[in-house]
Ligand binder design. Structure first.
Ligand code: PLP
Length: 391
């Protein structure tokens, strides 16, 4: 009844289907059904104890009020130092803005940079909120298909052809959701080369999974000479430190853009929670063994899951090099991936996200998050095998 009163811009926003699938899976569980959750992108580990203790302490010490809108200077300083150590990006605290998770960095970046009609080049399939936010800002999404033949890397030749006078922003996500693909250093260098003639194109570099890489490390485009000032780095605490519900992330961007991001914070959230910021300092400066422990567990699960899925007739799965997702090809079953995922949940009790939830080039694929125990993954594989046999 109120729909006609809702502002037109609201129809430009789209959702993240993983949350819809989660709700459906929970509803089935409430009816007594057993469901293995492979749909949602959050580590299944508890937040490390030292971070939780730091939050308690911060609350007891009185960190319960507003903070500066871009975050406590100590945290911004710590993040700047972390970026130098882990990303090879030399920066300072005036270029860091602390926000409520990685997602707001996308939203704010679009609002700050994208005018109606501006083109934004982004990988597809990818995190669905990119496309949604581009459209919300009035931008034109220009997808670069990621394909299995290319190991879900960024096709630089196609990228070059997609650049037009209207291109304003390029989005990179390394390692990638939903494919687990990693762009090599050579890919990043080639992308940078293609952009050298166009200093007016900015880059949103989503590095939220950059600590979950199984061989070596990833290169931030911001670490290349001349690229820091035109790059907005998106990172946060959700994945690396298993802190999805804490809602804490940050942007690293030129001070002139940082001012605008702080202005958006003033106009929306005022600031992120004070004690979470204090705990974030502990996350970045305290022991990192839990990060390594989680990565080792993810590697073991990935190795198991990829081998087990490839043993199922009709499924073909590449070995992802990062994040905690596999993106197997299920096209041989001849049914649309959304139907496949819905039936897999309804008939076999395995919740997964369908490929097109991440963009049209995801057709034929399904995303399993292996942020679940090895024991549950084994049950899921048995169920997937029985389900596919029944098709
Ligand atoms: N970027 C990517 C690629 C993601 O997959 C996610 C979450 O799934 C985010 C950003 C958002 O992270 P946060 O929960 O910190 O907002």
């Amino acid at each position: 009844m109120f729909e006609k009163h809702v502002a037109e811009r609201m129809h430009l926003l789209n959702t993240e289907s993983a949350f819809k699938i989660l709700a459906k899976a929970k509803a089935l569980e409430a009816q007594g059904r057993s469901v293995i959750h492979l749909e949602i992108g959050q580590p299944d580990f508890k937040t490390p104890r030292n971070i939780i203790e730091a939050a308690y302490k911060a609350m007891n010490d009185g960190h319960t009020g507003y903070t500066p809108s871009g975050g406590y200077p100590e945290l911004r300083e710590t993040i700047a130092q972390y970026a130098e150590n882990h990303k090879g990006v030399t920066t300072n605290r005036d270029e860091v803005v602390v926000v409520l998770g990685g997602k707001p960095v996308m939203f704010y970046t679009m609002l700050i940079l994208v005018n109606p009609g501006d083109e934004v080049i982004y990988p597809n399939p990818s995190f669905p909120i990119y496309e949604s936010n581009i459209k919300f800002a009035g931008g034109v999404p220009v997808p670069i298909p990621l394909t299995a033949d290319n190991d879900f890397r960024f096709d630089v030749e196609l990228f070059k052809k997609s650049i037009t006078p209207k291109t304003k922003l390029l989005i990179l996500n390394n390692p990638s959701n939903p494919t687990g693909g990693v762009y090599t250093k050579e890919d990043i260098l080639a992308i940078a080369d293609a952009l050298r003639e166009r200093p007016d194109i900015f880059i949103l570099s989503d590095e939220i999974y950059d600590r979950i890489v199984f061989d070596g490390s990833v290169t931030s485009i911001a670490s290349l000479p001349g690229f820091k000032d035109r790059t907005i780095i998106l990172d946060g605490f959700s994945k690396t430190y298993s802190m999805t519900g804490w809602r804490l992330g940050y942007a690293i961007l030129h001070t002139e853009l940082a001012k605008h991001m702080e202005m958006l914070m003033v106009n929306t959230n005022s600031c992120s929670a004070a004690f979470t910021q204090m705990a974030a300092i502990e996350a970045l400066t305290g022991p990192q063994d839990s990060v390594e422990m989680m990565k080792a567990a993810f590697r073991e699960r990935r190795d198991y899951l990829v081998a087990a899925l490839n043993d199922i007739p009709g499924i073909s799965c590449r070995m992802p090099k990062g994040a905690f997702y596999v993106f197997p090809d299920i096209s041989s079953f001849g049914i649309p991936c959304e139907e496949f995922a819905n039936r897999l949940l309804d008939e076999a009790g395995v919740a997964a996200a369908w490929g097109t939830a991440f963009g049209k080039y995801g057709e034929g694929y399904i995303r399993f998050s292996y942020a679940n125990s090895l024991e549950n993954l084994k049950i899921a594989v048995d169920r997937i095998a029985a389900f596919t046999k029944s098709l």
